[in-house]
Write a protein that binds this ligand. Structure first.
Ligand SMILES: *Cc1c(COP(=O)(O)O)cnc(C)c1O
Length: 213
């Protein structure tokens, strides 16, 4: 059996830096698997689908105002309203249409969230994220419409050493004078921390292998 609490605590002590937030990525896992982490006082959880997150988290959030929910997946424009309402952080802002919709629903719902701009750091044609050469302009656009951009986020190319991508994202983050960085997953979070990550997104190393998705 997977000891989720123990896995989490081992990761916490391996990071050994209280400035680094661990987002426990609970996508595909049911609430009974997640609950033990809530019960030991963990606050940051990540999901990649709005509908799934809503079903799992809506009630438990009402009873635990300390919980911080992170949307880490691709966000479709027709799900923006629900996402703004449910999440505290959204890591996948990567185009003007989406940014505009987020700002619109923040106004309608009278809610301010925290946002990361997702950068296509490996310049991969199939990957989400803004191209590096468009990042500065896009950041200015987000600022103009008053989105609270707190940092950059990336998912490096598969099956490669992530480190050079983490260094590059960290440099872009510094260039834009942003404080937070969302990078590092189960396989590479220690490298990410070394390169300055402040939010690591860890799923399988905490919860075990995902059966689906
Ligand atoms: C699923 C997911 C993670 C967690 O991946 P693991 O390898 O299981 O740690 C992190 N970030 C994003 C964007 C994800 O979709």
């Amino acid at each position: 059996m997977v000891d989720i609490v123990k896995n989490f605590q081992n990761i916490r002590s391996s990071i050994n830096n209280s400035n680094v937030n661990i987002i426990a990525v609970s996508k595909t896992f049911s609430l009974d698997k997640i609950k033990p982490l809530v019960d030991i006082g963990h606050n940051h959880f990540g999901e990649n689908k709005v509908q799934e997150a809503k079903i799992k988290w809506l009630n438990i959030r009402r009873d635990n105002s300390r919980l911080q929910l992170h949307m880490i997946g691709k966000l479709q424009t027709n799900k923006v309203r629900d996402a703004v309402e449910l999440f505290d952080y959204i890591h996948s802002v990567d185009n003007e249409k989406l940014a505009t919709a987020l700002a619109k629903y923040e106004n309608i719902l009278k809610k301010k969230n925290k946002y990361f701009i997702q950068v296509n750091i490996g310049n991969e044609s199939q990957k989400s994220g803004i191209d590096i050469d468009k990042l500065s302009d896009f950041y200015l656009f987000c600022k103009k419409i008053s989105l609270n951009i707190i940092g950059l986020m990336c998912i490096p190319p598969n099956n490669q050493n992530s480190k050079k991508y983490f260094i590059e994202l960290s440099n872009l983050n510094k260039f834009l004078k942003l404080d937070q960085i969302s990078m590092g997953m189960s396989a590479d979070y220690l490298d990410a921390v070394q390169c300055g990550s402040t939010f690591v997104r860890i799923g399988s190393a905490i919860f075990g292998d995902r059966v689906t998705k």
